[in-house]
Design a protein around this ligand. Structure first.
Ligand SMILES: Cc1ncc(COP(=O)(O)O)c(C=O)c1O
Length: 413
């Protein structure tokens, strides 16, 4: 019988990984105190727990004016609406991201324009941004994917040149820094998710960091049913209830207290992983840009060269999962999501420019290479299980590679 777990052999790891989210008495006390206070919801906005959480979050990222929101998708919609971006406007997004990055412009009435990624970082390629700019382009949403950051120097230079709003999608980038400056504080807005899998979580929730108090006041109106938040007598604006509740803010505050120690542990184990993985033939680590001064590990993403490694990522991941390794193939390339095809989504695509939105003809070679054969994502739990956890991942990967010939029949793509 084969050694490979997927073919009936013994799994490399059978002991459980550290669970997520982490919790202890502090969470119970925090929630209990909100329950007893009687102020459970997010109205009046911001409540005391939300206020305390936002100040602590701004401290973690080292800047910005925070607005607490229901999730890390609405944050981006609100950033666009705060910037008066909507119907008929174009917003550039990367081809390699969670659907939310492109769904948010659509929710604001704008058209997501999908562009390719830099193969070295898997983040949006600034050259592709520039090539996609038209007079209708109003914003760009770079995504700091996995443990990487997009090239914020190049993106901010383009923003200045073409007068674009930059919304950093930091759903994966809590605590990350670029030249010592926090993710989400470099562009005009930083969008953070606090959904259960994220490294700062309250189950659900989101933070929109704004560059100025004026932008934050406008965003606060939009998320608080349009109530004025600028301190002046002002009319209601168009808004909705996107407030984060006091219960969620209380949990998020405790999560922030734990975050620095967790981040340190993940970084130490990731550095160990970098070394161990670079010895595996056919494995390519994503670029370690020296300007990316502090990494954050929602997921650790690396690439395999299917020719050298011996198989594509779908087979490797299927085999790794059976070896007990928390791994996945990651996202699909954005042009493969039917949701973003104008004829299905009823996007208001200008009839004058049909070729820009012919999704079936869209060519995004770098994103497609990553999504169809190269990328392997490791879950953050593998970085909280000591060196033994990293060793298990690397040993499983080597074992899977050694079984490449046996795995040939499993190729599905
Ligand atoms: C890159 C990215 N952007 C946005 C989001 C949306 O966050 P939420 O689920 O809080 O709406 C996610 C969530 O997984 C994400 O991974």
């Amino acid at each position: 019988m084969s050694d490979l777990a997927i073919l009936g052999g013994q799994a490399t790891r059978t002991e459980p990984w550290p669970s997520w989210p982490v919790h202890d008495e502090r969470d119970i006390e925090a929630v209990t105190s909100v329950v007893k206070s009687g102020q459970w919801g997010g109205y009046p906005y911001p409540g005391p727990r939300t206020e305390a959480f936002l100040r602590k979050f701004e401290e973690l990222q080292g800047g910005g004016y925070g607005v607490a929101v229901t999730n890390g998708t609405v944050t981006m919609e609100v950033a666009l609406r705060t910037s008066n971006i909507g119907w008929g406007d174009e917003v550039i997004v990367p081809a390699y991201t969670f659907q939310a990055t492109a769904a948010a412009p659509m929710a604001a009435g704008a058209i997501p324009v999908i562009v390719d990624i830099d193969p070295e970082t898997y983040c949006i390629d600034p050259k592709a941004i520039e090539a996609a700019i038209t007079p209708r382009t109003k914003a760009v949403i770079p995504v700091h994917l996995g443990a990487q950051m997009a090239d914020m120097d190049a993106i901010m230079a383009l923003a200045e040149k073409y007068n674009l709003i930059v919304i950093e999608d930091c759903a994966h980038a809590h605590g990350a820094k670029w030249r010592g400056q926090g993710a989400g504080t470099i562009g005009h807005f930083g969008s953070f998710s606090l959904q259960s899998s994220k490294t700062v979580t309250s189950g659900e929730g989101g933070v929109l960091l704004c560059r100025t108090p004026e932008l934050a006041a406008r965003a606060a109106s939009i998320i608080d049913c349009g109530r004025p938040h600028d301190g002046a007598e002002q009319e209601f604006t168009m808004g909705a209830n996107f407030r984060m509740s006091e219960l969620h803010s209380a949990l998020a505050y405790v999560a922030l207290e734990r975050f620095p120690a967790q981040a340190k542990e993940r970084e130490e184990m990731a550095a160990y992983m970098d070394e161990a993985l670079s010895e595996v033939p056919g494995v390519r680590l994503l670029k370690r840009d020296p300007r990316h001064t502090s990494r954050s590990f929602y997921c650790y993403v690396f690439a395999i060269n299917p020719e050298v490694f011996g198989m594509k990522h779908d087979v490797a991941v299927a085999a790794l999962q059976k070896e007990g390794i928390p791994s996945s193939e990651g996202y699909e390339a954005m042009n493969h999501y039917e949701l973003f095809q104008p004829k299905l989504s009823k996007l208001p695509v200008p009839s004058a420019f049909p070729e820009r939105f012919a999704f079936e003809d869209m060519v995004l070679p770098e994103a497609e290479r990553a999504c169809q054969g190269e990328a392997i994502w490791l879950g953050e739990s593998a970085f909280r299980a000591g060196t033994k956890g990293v060793d298990d991942v690397v040993n499983a990967l080597k074992k899977v590679q050694a079984g490449a010939a046996e795995l040939k029949s499993l190729a599905v793509k």
